[in-house]
Design a protein around this ligand. Structure first.
Ligand code: SF4
Length: 258
């Protein structure tokens, strides 16, 4: 069986192969309701797509589609108001949003959606920057950002589709919350930086990513999905009830996927 591969699926495999299997590939997989954190991200992404003029009606329509009010309109307005202010201050031009691309890489078909294709004032002529809006609590360290499979594959996908990408930006939306709200429950210093984190992907990074994902593609082909349990991972896992490593009862699923 041959499947289109999404960069997020490979990122998910790196996190825990068993989770990737139960969420994305298992023919018996259940419809998993979005976690509150994921639903919050979806609402923010969709509001960004609407643009700075979004109104209460847009918010209500999106919440209805998502199925839960995972973020209140006041907080969403605060975050996005500051995001739009920052984009304007930095003179960032949004060229395209939610751009779905397909490309071939390592003899496999990939598909991914870029949140935004933009130009900063310092983006060299003829090049573009790629932006990924992130709504999670934490930003990875710089080394992890440079070796982030999802970001690197977006960069490769953009190149394969005729763009000339200069940088990929991890834009951490939680940075744009008012300080009082942002610092609630977080250790001091966790909100350092300005929310815009650039990643320059070098040839060495592309080679490292290639080395990292080649065996994963082989594992997908042969249906190899070992669990990678850890207290932190398993406690927040949406499919733990089906995972034997966490006391779940799913029978061993054996699928060769690619
Ligand atoms: S419970 Fe843990 S080991 Fe099992 S799928 Fe989830 S994260 Fe992986």
């Amino acid at each position: 069986m041959s499947e289109t591969i999404h960069p997020s699926t490979l990122q998910s495999y790196l996190y825990c192969p068993k989770k990737a299997l139960l969420e994305h590939f298992d023919p018996e997989r259940e419809e998993i309701p979005q976690s509150k954190a994921a639903a919050r991200g979806t609402i923010l992404h969709r509001l960004i797509e609407v643009g700075p003029q979004f109104c209460i009606g847009d918010y209500q329509d999106i919440v209805k589609d998502v199925g839960q009010e995972a973020i209140e309109i006041v907080e969403a307005t605060e975050i996005l108001g500051e995001l739009w202010r920052q984009l304007s201050l930095r003179d960032i031009e949004i060229l395209e949003q939610e751009k779905t691309l397909q490309w071939e890489y390592l003899a496999h078909q990939f598909e991914g959606t870029l949140d935004a294709i933009v130009r900063f004032p310092d983006t060299p002529k003829g090049m573009v920057d790629i932006v990924d809006w992130k709504s999670g609590q934490h930003k990875p360290c710089n080394e992890a950002l440079r070796r982030n499979v999802q970001l690197a594959l977006y960069w490769i996908g953009a190149k394969e589709n005729g763009y000339d990408p200069y940088r990929v930006w991890w834009v951490h939306l939680n940075h744009f919350q008012p300080l009082k709200r942002a610092s609630r429950g977080r250790p001091a210093g966790s909100m350092r930086g300005d929310g815009f984190f650039p990643v320059r992907i070098s040839h060495a990074d592309v080679s490292a990513i290639k080395e990292l994902i080649s065996p994963i593609l082989g594992a997908l082909h042969h249906g190899i999905f070992p669990p990678s349990p850890s207290t932190e991972r398993c406690m927040s896992c949406q499919v733990s009830h089906r995972c034997p490593s966490y006391g779940g009862e799913v029978e061993e699923v054996k699928v060769g996927l690619l």
